[in-house]
Design a protein around this ligand. Structure first.
Ligand code: MF3
Ligand code: CO
Ligand code: CO
Length: 255
């Protein structure tokens, strides 16, 4: 597939889809508390997306994924399937929401802490968040994707954490996952040149321990091999004439 450049009209639809995805994360925050199951979080998000936003939860039936959001708890790196797992104080969970509105996708995720955050979890979450932010702040026409990957990798590794290699950010638009692949590691000066009108995600998966991952037999859930905590944050970004726009900001306006 080739990279799609979004027209101004398409960019407006991406803005809407992005805003709605962020609104789901804003809504679900207060529900992340001890005693709730990840399946209950999924049900709340599903109802909100369908009934309140009149949008479609993109993960549901995507390549056979059975639920409407991804919930990745503690050592789960990504693509955790919501189910019977009951959250307890000290857990951390990445909630990843992708909605389709008017044929366009918005994709964003954040880390949430259940009860009192553990120091190790808040640390790795902060490293992932800061890595994503550093990458986002660089985005402008003329930059290369390798510049972004290298900056994120340098930040993460300088804080004693590791970058997962097997999963990456991605172009996004009418399709959930479009070209290009946005690696969260790499070499400066290499990779695709960014152009105005491109839309893609930046979503570094950062492990507190080693970078290696394992896919569970359910075919979706990715965990750290060493069972160390993993964290991820994600935004959908538009390349503008003079820089970038974050399409998935929540009501706080904070990245
Ligand atoms: N939202 C994830 C991403 O950022 C993809 C989830 S695919 C699913 O790329 F099928 F697991 F939902
Ligand atoms: Co994504
Ligand atoms: Co996502």
């Amino acid at each position: 597939m080739t990279v799609t450049i979004k027209t101004p009209e398409e960019q407006q639809k991406m803005r809407t889809a992005g805003r709605l995805a962020a609104e789901v994360l804003d809504m679900i925050g207060e529900h992340v508390r001890p005693g709730l199951s990840t399946g209950e979080l999924d049900a709340i998000c599903h109802a909100y997306i369908v009934d309140k936003l009149d949008a479609v939860p993109a993960p549901l039936n995507y390549r056979g994924f059975p639920k409407s959001i991804c919930t990745s708890v503690n050592h789960v790196v990504c693509h955790g399937i919501p189910g019977d797992k009951v959250l307890k104080s000290g857990d951390c969970v990445n909630i990843d929401v992708t909605v389709i509105k008017d044929s366009f996708h918005g994709d964003t995720s954040r880390m949430f802490f259940v009860g009192e955050p553990k120091v190790a979890a808040s640390r790795v979450s902060e490293v992932s968040h800061q890595g994503m932010r550093l990458g986002i702040e660089m985005v402008r026409p003329g930059l290369r994707l390798g510049d972004i990957g290298a900056a994120i990798q340098r930040h993460v590794e300088s804080h004693g954490c590791s970058v997962v290699r097997e999963y990456c950010g991605h172009g996004i638009g009418r399709e959930f996952h479009e070209d290009p692949q946005v690696l969260h590691y790499g070499k400066p000066g290499t990779g695709m040149l960014l152009q105005e009108g491109m839309t893609f995600t930046i979503e570094p998966m950062v492990n507190a321990g080693r970078r290696h991952v394992r896919l569970l037999p359910d075919g979706w859930t990715v965990v750290t091999k060493d069972h160390s905590i993993s964290a991820q944050w994600e935004h959908t970004i538009l390349v503008t004439a003079d820089g970038h726009e974050v399409l998935t900001l929540g009501a706080s306006g904070e990245i």
